[in-house]
Design a protein around this ligand. Structure first.
Ligand SMILES: [Zn+2]
Length: 386
């Protein structure tokens, strides 16, 4: 409310400004007694914080704008205080529900699910976390916070890899770089991208393992890169990741509904790179887009339309090697939705896949299965005729 009022006043005086779609009060910090909660880090989101009469923290977590919004109620904050302190945090998810089981970290890098007896889902849209501070500060978040540090380290690692170059292909609304890693020029190329949707962290974990495999030292990976050029965009929506958004970019647009319209700088940056490859005579043969949802799932084209029957062969061979990893293959009819999968299939006639990782799938299994999916993908692609 306060922000809306300030916007009205600013607009009245300057007839400008306040074009951002955020409509909700969000605090950067909140203190009670000797305890401080803050969201002063990339990916941090505390929502609106108040203190109850009993001294508990009460957070209302808001989406970045009003519906339509996917219900991915992100939260991430740091709790600082006296070691041994008991801290109670009640989180209420506005127009959402208690989706992500809380994770904590002592260093902001290594994360673990909080034990079941410290969390209560008190209503569909409410969760209470009781923490005892193990040290002077700990991090709490819906998923591991994989934000600026994670991506800059990943991009540095890609850059250091022989045969891989990273390049700036554009910038986000707020001017964060959109970085693409590419391998040597070949007549055929493949596009892989992640994190169009900010809270979809398990997709990022799977993607990193998948990319490590296709860029690895195995004979298979070498043969694969001999035939195909790879374009890899680890983070498509860096502004949304930084701000702790539930879904959108800073313009309030779902980047994965902008493939075709290309009204946003993030998707436009990547399609320009694709078009440049095509202008130089290369043919796009596959697009993989990494996301997260409630379960492990692949959205592909219907089998009858799937160009070289890529998905059923790929996922069938992977399933044989992953007996303990039940995943689904949703080969749904192609819809009008302007997501990356539909756009690349319709415009290029190539297999285009939304690779969805489960929210609470064990991270070891996400990583292991991604190596298998990557190996089987390479085999299927190498078996196609150029
Ligand atoms: Zn998504």
């Amino acid at each position: 409310m306060k922000k809306a009022l300030i916007c009205l006043l600013v607009t009245a005086f300057f007839l400008a400004g306040c074009a951002t779609p955020q409509q909700f009060e969000r605090d950067d910090f909140c203190a009670a007694g000797t305890t401080l909660l803050d969201a002063h880090f990339d990916g941090g989101q505390l929502g609106d914080c108040t203190i109850s009469e009993t001294g508990d923290f009460e957070l209302t977590l808001f989406p970045e704008d009003e519906p339509p919004i996917n219900k991915s109620p992100w939260y991430a904050y740091r709790v600082s205080g006296q070691p041994g302190d008991q801290v109670t945090i009640r989180m209420k998810f506005h127009n959402g529900y208690a989706r992500y089981w809380p994770k904590t970290s002592l260093d902001g890098n290594q994360w673990a699910r909080v034990p079941a007896d410290t969390v209560a889902r008190t209503a569909d849209d409410e969760m209470v976390v009781n923490l005892q501070l193990e040290q002077a500060r700990i991090w709490v978040a819906g998923q591991e916070v994989l934000a600026r540090d994670f991506y800059s380290q990943w991009i540095d690692r890609l850059e250091a890899q022989p045969g891989v170059d990273t390049r700036l292909v554009g910038k986000s609304v707020q001017g964060r770089p959109i970085i693409l890693a590419e391998t040597a020029d070949r007549p055929e190329f493949i596009l892989m991208m992640g994190r169009q949707h900010p809270p979809e962290v398990t997709g990022a974990i799977a993607m990193q393992s998948f990319i490590d495999t296709v860029l690895g030292d195995s004979d298979l990976a070498h043969r694969f890169r001999e035939r195909f050029k790879l374009g890899i965009v680890p983070v498509m929506n860096p502004d949304g990741v930084a701000a702790g958004y539930w879904r959108h970019n800073v313009n309030g647009v779902d980047v994965n509904r902008d493939w075709g319209p290309f009204t946003q700088p993030e998707s436009s940056s990547v399609i320009r790179w694709v078009q440049q490859q095509e202008t130089e005579g290369r043919t796009l043969q596959l697009m993989l887009d990494f996301h997260s949802t409630f379960e492990d799932l692949f959205y592909t084209q219907p089998v009858s339309e799937d160009p070289p029957d890529f998905a059923s062969i790929w996922l069938g061979a992977s399933a044989q090697r992953l007996p303990d990893f039940p995943f689904k293959h949703a080969a749904n009819p192609v819809s009008e939705q302007p997501n990356a999968k539909n756009y690349f299939y319709k415009s290029r006639g190539i297999p285009a896949v939304t690779y969805e990782s489960g929210d609470e799938t064990t991270r070891e299994m996400l990583e292991y299965s991604a190596t298998i999916f990557a190996e089987e993908m390479m085999k299927v692609m190498l078996a196609t005729s150029p």
